[in-house]
Design a binder for this molecule. Structure first.
Ligand code: SAM
Ligand code: SF4
Length: 319
């Protein structure tokens, strides 16, 4: 379905939980967050109902995220049921990779097509510093497991931050040289916990690309948010995702569903449409969804305002 700007909205991101087994410095407060009551979170059946209604409005791709999607009980069943819905062509997850090695086989059997694994550092101690509790080996094991299972593509999400992990840029290039994965460097966005880190940590991708003549641009697939590059002889690719310096709102094809049941037509807008009260009526659910899609905001204002307009945190919305 098209929004009023004429953008074809065919991609739904679902935050299945706001709980997480890590506490990344730019995403969650150190003390963690108060867990929502069980009743405040959408149930498995509610998520499916909304995904089904979305599919009938033209959503073709679903990404389960969070918080950490793999801490949700029955995530494999949710993927399986989603794969049976008419109109859904692609199911992906974004995960921190801690639990993935043990679950990847079941998830693939359930119908998972692709994974994005978040990994901001290849250094064990720094990994502990950034995630506050994580074990890097678990994530690396997950990447190897997904490669072994033939899950394709595997994308590595790396939020590049000055003074924190920017010195590892070359190490990540080497990862893309050696492994058939797409390493995607992502600009830190000033939202939630990262607002306080933003000014000191932002990096200039254009400058980095200019300084690395070994990066060979490749033509972008349609609808991709990353500027893609290859290195001579590399098994993998490198991408740069610049939501602020190279805004892609004009091509945005996404809406988001939060774990409490609100649709966020734009990540950085305050606007939300609460679907919980319409779950018992398919007709009303569709009407509300349609109106959320049609009225999707034109664009974000991160560059001018230096902060997101949303009051929600990334772990509540899902990246
Ligand atoms: N827990 C899962 C994970 O970390 O992959 C899924 C949820 S997490 C919110 C999704 C993605 O958002 C991660 O790749 C994370 O690095 C990214 N992210 C979180 N806060 C961000 C920020 N302020 N700017 C840019 N990316 C951010
Ligand atoms: Fe958890 Fe993902 Fe946020 Fe890190 S980025 S705290 S793994 S939700």
């Amino acid at each position: 379905m098209r929004d009023k700007q004429g953008r074809n909205i065919n991609y739904l991101r679902v935050s299945v939980t706001d709980r997480c087994n890590l506490r990344c410095i730019y995403c969650m407060p150190e003390a963690g967050v108060e867990s929502l009551e069980h009743d405040d979170i959408l149930r498995f059946e509610d998520i499916l109902k909304i995904v089904k209604a979305s599919a009938s409005l033209g959503i073709k791709k679903v990404r389960y995220t969070g918080g950490e999607p793999l801490v949700m009980k029955d995530i494999d069943k949710l993927i399986y049921e989603t794969s049976k819905l008419k109109g859904i062509e692609d199911i992906a997850i974004t995960t921190n990779g801690i639990l993935l090695a043990d679950m990847a086989e079941d998830l693939k059997k359930a119908g998972l097509k692709r994974v994005n694994i978040s990994l901001d550092t290849l250094d064990k101690d720094k990994f502990k510093m950034i995630t506050r509790i994580g074990n890097l080996d678990k994530v690396l094991e997950s990447i190897h497991k997904c490669l072994k299972l033939g899950i394709k593509p595997i994308k590595i999400n790396t939020v590049l931050m000055k003074g924190i992990n920017d010195t590892e840029f070359e190490d990540f290039l080497n990862l893309a040289r050696e492994m058939p994965v797409e390493v995607r460097f992502i600009e830190l966005m000033p939202i939630g916990e990262s607002i306080k880190l933003y000014e000191d940590s932002k990096v200039n991708f254009e400058e980095i690309i200019r300084e690395h003549s070994e990066l060979i641009p490749i033509e972008n697939r349609r609808g991709t948010t990353a500027q893609l590059y290859k290195i001579q002889g590399s098994k993998g690719k490198i991408g740069f995702i610049s939501p602020i310096s190279c805004k892609f709102c004009a091509d945005c094809n996404k809406i988001r569903l939060t774990s409490i049941g609100t649709i966020k037509p734009c990540l950085h807008s305050k606007e939300e449409v609460n679907l919980r009260e319409y779950l018992s009526s398919e007709e009303l659910l569709m009407t509300k969804l349609k109106s959320a899609i049609i009225n999707k905001p034109l664009e974000h204002h991160l560059e001018e305002e230096r902060t997101s307009r949303t009051e929600k945190m990334m772990y509540q919305i899902g990246g």
